[in-house]
Design a protein around this ligand. Sequence first.
Ligand code: NAD
Length: 280
Amino acid sequence: MNEKIIDGKKISKERKEILQEKVYKLKKKLKLVVINVGNDPASLVYVAQKEKMALEIGYDFLNLHFDDILEDDLIKEIKKLNDDPNVTGIIVQLPLPKGFSKERILNTVSPLKDVDGLTNENLLKLIKKEPTLIPCTPKGVMSLIESYNISLEDKRVVIVGRSELVGLPLFHLLLNKNATVTLCHSKTKDLKSYTKNADLLIVAVGKKDLITKDMVKENGIIIDVGINRVDGKLYGDVAADAISLLQLMTPVPGGVGPMTVISLMENVLEASKLQDKKHF
Ligand code: NAD
């Protein structure tokens, strides 16, 4: 089965080495700041992972953690970071605690430092094919497609899940590469009629076994973005036995996950280049 695996772990490792070399050659040290409000246990783990990777790449890293903060004070903190020439990239760790306006807070981050690619300005640029910072998971999926030389123009591409974090930006990224894309979601009737005809199926929902073997196209390709934790084990959205019918499939874990982290690190360097162009 190994020849059928899209190995995100291996590709992310290769990309990490390339990035380390580029960062090593820079004249200045780049800095990533993560703002984390509250004590969500999963967020603490994710921030620690980002810190480890950032330091390995050769970036400076600051974990700006607040047990509690007023929204207006948080906005002021973000503005300070926007104005600080020593800060290259800013992430607001999600989820924010209840009561915070995610939309307002995310859109306070300077689009030039928005390494998660979540500001409205950057989403618009992505749609318009302008140089921008692309959200990390969609960027990671596109890197996998490129690494495995998966052609797009000749394929029926189906995405399941339309979130602003994954499905929606992916739809535009694929469209911009001349793929013919169908975007399915929770209100889609007869999901199987779409997935069964997908040459390339990308699933980003968060429901274990949403896509069963009978729903996939023979010899198709699947990129499974979903992460579902059941009894301490991780699963994607696609039933594991589907792989026997397929040409290629990402595993969970070890598929899209590692690509998301490396894409974030690539975005820090990208942000620095965009800032240089704007004479920040
Ligand atoms: P979300 O909850 O914001 O969006 C889920 C989407 O799935 C929605 O658009 C919804 O319409 C759609 N959906 C829900 N039920 C459906 C159904 N029965 N049929 C068809 N569509 C349905 O989630 P998200 O943030 O986009 O994340 C999706 C999954 O991807 C989650 O499991 C998340 O953990 C995972 N994820 C993984 C990574 C990674 O690095 N691997 C990164 C981000 C998200």
